[in-house]
Design a protein around this ligand. Structure first.
Ligand code: HMG
Ligand code: MG
Length: 298
């Protein structure tokens, strides 16, 4: 059985723009987020409060976030540590996300920590965020394959997911950072997480489309009961600290499939596509999304 409704967690302004080579002006980012909200996306991940040397593309978080004041949508932001949380709280953020890795190689590359050191770094962040009444998401990267380590054992993923859940993260987003997952693997991981007592209602999926499997993987997750799906408008994105990570699942491709299945998202596909066409003009290159290309072809 498929769900009647899916919540799309839009990551374009964060996961998408963190990987752009050209510097996107802060005002353009704010306009992008406003247009995404107007297209009906109820959650738009806005930016990251990480070290500006690690992700220079998002170094304007302090300038950007106040421009979004009053937008009637959820605006989560990434925070790796207490310094990041302090910055987010100072600006009135109501939702934060920490981001762990299932593999040691990526924990080192992305966070300069071992897996367990990173979890220890997140713990006070999650505790303080919950005390402050915030919603907290826990990302888990490299859930299927890792560019340095190859296939990632399911047990390793389950251990770190459980650690984030036990820490108090409301939602756990399972990331296929380099886009190597296939539907059977998705099914196996979700089944193991059930067995480990992590409720499917707390899970989200975060697929990248490197091998063209993101939609198939999404469908496998929906059949398993997942109802929160991460996607990036126009298919922007990747991860600066994972070689071979290409674009995220494009939000338009996802909405095309969900519309066809009669699954409600609240998203206006025409308005969303127009937003990605506009953003592609700002970036000076066409959107990689098949749906954007098909719908904007004159
Ligand atoms: P580090 O070098 O180990 O930092 O980096 P540190 O803790 O040793 O601190 C060094 C200095 O940085 C200190 O300053 C800190 O104050 C400062 P000093 O005292 O030397 O002057 N600092 C900060 N400044 C501003 N904001 C902060 C902050 N933290 C420390 N938050 C660190 C460790 C975690 C900071 C670094 O590795 C980092 O920022 N990493 C972020 C990497 C990132 O953002 N990656 C992309 C997001 S993850 C992703 O895209 C995957 C995902 O989409 C899911 C998927 O697809 O898999 C989520
Ligand atoms: Mg990602």
């Amino acid at each position: 059985a498929l769900p009647a409704r899916v919540r799309i967690h839009e990551v374009g302004p964060r996961d998408g723009l963190q990987n752009e080579k050209t510097a996107v002006p802060t005002a353009v980012k704010a306009e992008f987020i406003r247009r995404l909200a107007a297209a009906g996306l109820s959650t738009v991940e806005a930016t990251s409060f990480v070290h500006p040397k690690w992700v220079p593309q998002l170094a304007d978080a302090e300038e950007l976030f106040p421009l979004l004041h009053g937008l009637p949508v959820r605006l989560p932001v990434l925070v790796p540590n207490e310094r990041g949380l302090d910055r987010a709280l100072a600006l009135g953020a109501r939702e934060v996300a920490v981001f762990a890795s299932a593999t040691e190689s990526f924990a080192r590359a992305n966070l300069n920590r071992t897996v367990d050191e990173a979890l220890a770094m997140f713990e006070p962040v999650v505790i303080r965020a919950i005390e402050a009444g915030l919603k907290v998401r826990g990302y888990l990267s490299m859930c299927f394959g890792d560019p340095w380590e190859g296939a990632v054992p399911v047990g390793q993923v389950v251990r770190v997911t459980k650690a984030l859940a036990d820490m108090g993260c409301d939602e756990l987003s399972l990331g296929d950072t380099i886009g190597v997952a296939t539907p059977g693997h998705v099914q196996r991981l979700l089944t193991e997480l059930d067995g480990a007592g992590v409720p499917v209602s707390r899970l989200a999926v975060h697929f990248h489309d490197t091998y063209g499997q993101a939609l198939s993987n999404t469908l496998a997750a929906l059949r398993h009961g997942v109802t929160t799906v991460d996607a990036s408008a126009g298919g922007l994105g990747g991860c600066p600290y994972a070689k071979s990570a290409t674009g995220n699942l494009a939000t338009e491709d996802l909405v095309w499939m969900l519309d066809g299945l009669g699954i409600e998202t609240g998203v206006d596909l025409a308005a969303l596509t127009a937003t990605s066409v506009w953003m592609a003009e700002q970036l000076g290159r066409p959107s990689p999304s098949r749906t954007v290309r098909a719908l904007s072809h004159k």
